[in-house]
Ligand binder design. Structure first.
Ligand code: KG4
Ligand code: ZN
Length: 353
């Protein structure tokens, strides 16, 4: 076989149509995607991508209520599936993939039970369809692959995953092998954004609200930069959050936009400086940012600027794929199957990366 024919052959045997389901928190998400190219050159073509947010349901409580999330997932999943995915004459999926953790266990179980039922239905059309569990954090980790211009030669890399539940720094030797360098010892950075937003009487979810308010303020308040000078790569955000609380108590007339800008700057400085130190010390070629907080324009631009000024490449998911979605679960399903490391179909709220 000539080289071009060999490549076409490999693309074709590694082709998978994947139906992905994500219910780990307050987004009910379903996606259908075509994956190909193998580990060396993975490519993903979205065919359908639905994210149904429960923000309005949880807003009155100022945060996500696990049993309400479960109830909403159980209600929404069959409705969304019937409306958007069933009845077509298209080829049936080769894989049904569902998030099994980390996340809220009642919410995860809702997704897993639904995946089991749908898998039974799909098997009637395609008896070879597999049903697999996926790690939500691996979904975030590989979500940058959904962007354009991702070439295979980007490793070694440093990856920073920042979400509502996690703040993790990884050293990636390749797409499929990594080592955890550090993580938060208390609050995740997204959680700190949400809690500070509550102190400022901004609605849930607080991250985007803080970003908006910060654009009108100046970072004039010297909030602490927790663990910035520690030698390790761990983080801590609960002290920063408490400093904001005390500052607001002692300065009731403070300009809220300045508080938001100062908090955002303090959190970003710690994340960027520690990620860049890790990137330099591990001689990384690239820096990868993902997770819901990767939607933060200030953080994204700071990290990109710092990486590029050191001649490193910078990758982050396209804007639609920062916060929870099922396309990233489909992406992780593909890579997990190719590396033969799928997860048990059992909800695990504390699953690590
Ligand atoms: O990844 P994600 O959707 O859910 C988890 O896996 O936790 O992340 C949600 C988190 C929330 O804390 C939310 O406030 C934060 O991401 N977030 C942001 C922004 N957009 C979402 N934080 C800061 N700036 C944003 N623009
Ligand atoms: Zn997430």
């Amino acid at each position: 076989m000539r080289k071009r024919e060999t490549n076409a052959y490999h693309e074709c045997i590694r082709f998978m149509r994947i139906l992905a389901i994500e219910t780990s928190c307050d987004e009910t998400a379903l996606a259908l995607l075509d994956a190909s190219g193998g580990i060396r050159n993975p490519k993903f073509v979205p065919r359908k991508n639905i994210v149904s947010s429960q923000i309005a349901v949880h807003k009155p409580f100022g945060g996500v209520v696990p049993n309400l999330a479960k109830r909403e997932h159980l209600k929404n999943l069959p409705l969304l599936y019937a409306r958007e995915f069933s009845g077509g004459k298209e080829k049936a999926p080769d894989v049904v993939a569902v998030t099994v953790g980390p996340g809220l266990e009642p919410a995860l179980w809702a997704g897993i039970e639904f995946a089991r039922n749908i898998h039974k239905e799909i098997k009637k059309k395609n008896p070879k369809t597999k049903l697999i569990g996926v790690n939500h954090l691996e979904g975030h980790l590989w979500s940058f692959l959904l962007g354009k211009n991702v070439k295979p030669d980007i490793f070694p890399a440093v990856a920073l995953i920042v979400s509502g539940g996690h703040t993790v720094l990884l050293q990636m030797k390749s797409l499929t092998s990594w080592k955890k360098l550090g993580e938060t010892l208390d609050d995740a950075v997204g959680e700190a954004f949400d809690k500070v937003a509550r102190m400022l009487r901004l609605p849930y979810p607080g991250g985007p609200e803080i970003q908006r308010l910060a654009e009108r303020g100046e970072p004039t308040i010297p909030f602490p930069r927790p663990m910035l000078h520690n030698k390790n790569y761990n983080f801590s955000f609960s002290g920063l959050k408490t400093s904001v609380l005390y500052y607001l108590r002692d300065n009731p007339k403070a300009k809220k936009a300045d508080v938001a800008a100062s908090f955002q700057t303090a959190a970003t400085e710690v994340l960027v400086k520690k990620a860049m130190r890790a990137a330099e010390e591990t001689r990384a070629k690239s820096v990868i940012l993902s997770g819901g907080v990767a939607a933060n324009k200030f953080l994204r631009e700071c990290l990109e600027h710092n990486a590029k000024s050191r001649k490193m490449k910078f990758f982050a998911p396209p804007m639609d794929f920062n916060t929870d979605n099922a396309m990233m679960i489909g992406t992780a399903a593909y890579i997990s199957l190719l590396r033969k490391k799928t997860r048990k179909l059992q909800a695990n709220g504390n699953l690590g990366v």
